[in-house]
Write a protein that binds this ligand. Structure first.
Ligand code: AMP
Length: 227
């Protein structure tokens, strides 16, 4: 995984609910590298009371993707910011082949090489259960799950003591089904694209959060140490 530029440049990919966001947040805590979630950026946009915000909100609720043009502009300007100079953890981008091609060209012009595209693999039946049970603290964003990760005290966030929680509007059965179909049709073709470039690593995402992050850190940070 030779890399010309200093820093950690990683893409987390995989089906919705595979744990990309959770693992990206843990890696950010460990390394201090910026975590860029295009889903979070879009959810912020969708809260705006503008025509674009309203259209986007409706599209996300149907499980549809935002347009490549919009996403590419958003990511281009975000990774040009100074906090991305030491690297970034991309979560949810690239999600289509055109996005992957643009990222590849963009990084080449900046003399930045991706360390790795990490695919977190989880079977569809587990994904449904994970997504339908997840929720987060409205104050600090800490993530929980009805079955797998309950707060220590019922109704109270372990991290900040907040007592209000919310679920994502696109975490319902119909939308998750559409998101999985879109993943297979539109995102999966990016896997062989990165594999051909020698960048792809895969990790089994079915274990506990801690077990999966241990494997991810071995792959990503172990390799960097060896370098
Ligand atoms: P996520 O938080 O990664 O699950 O993303 C939530 C939703 O935002 C997805 O289901 C898509 O509708 C949309 N989205 C996120 N990233 C992208 C992207 N790179 N391209 C197109 N749509 C995206």
């Amino acid at each position: 995984m030779a890399q010309k530029s200093d820093g950690l440049y990683v893409v987390f990919t995989g089906a919705p609910g595979c744990g990309k966001g959770t693992q990206a947040r843990i890696l950010k805590e460990k390394t201090g590298v910026v975590h860029l979630s295009t889903g979070e950026m879009l959810r912020e946009y969708a809260e705006k009371d503008t025509a674009l915000g309203r259209d986007l909100k409706a599209a996300l609720e149907r499980g549809e993707f935002a347009t490549d043009e919009m996403i590419i502009e958003m990511v281009k300007s975000r990774i040009a910011e100074p906090d991305c100079k030491k690297g970034f953890i991309l979560d949810g981008f690239p999600r289509t082949l055109p996005q992957a091609e643009v990222l590849d060209k963009l990084l080449a012009t900046q003399d930045v090489k991706l360390n790795c595209v990490l695919e977190i693999q989880v079977p569809d039946e587990i994904i449904m259960e994970r997504i339908l049970g997840r929720y987060s603290c409205m104050t600090c964003g800490a993530g929980y799950h009805d079955k797998f990760l309950k707060p220590k005290v019922y109704g109270v966030c372990d991290v900040c003591g907040g007592t209000e929680f919310s679920r994502r509007q696109d975490d319902n059965q119909t939308t998750v089904h559409n998101r999985l179909v879109n993943y297979r049709l539109l995102t999966y073709p990016t896997i062989p694209f990165f594999e051909k470039k020698g960048l792809l690593k895969t990790v089994d995402g079915t274990g506990s959060i801690e077990a999966v992050s241990k494997k991810i850190h071995e792959i990503l940070l172990g390799d960097l140490i060896e370098k």
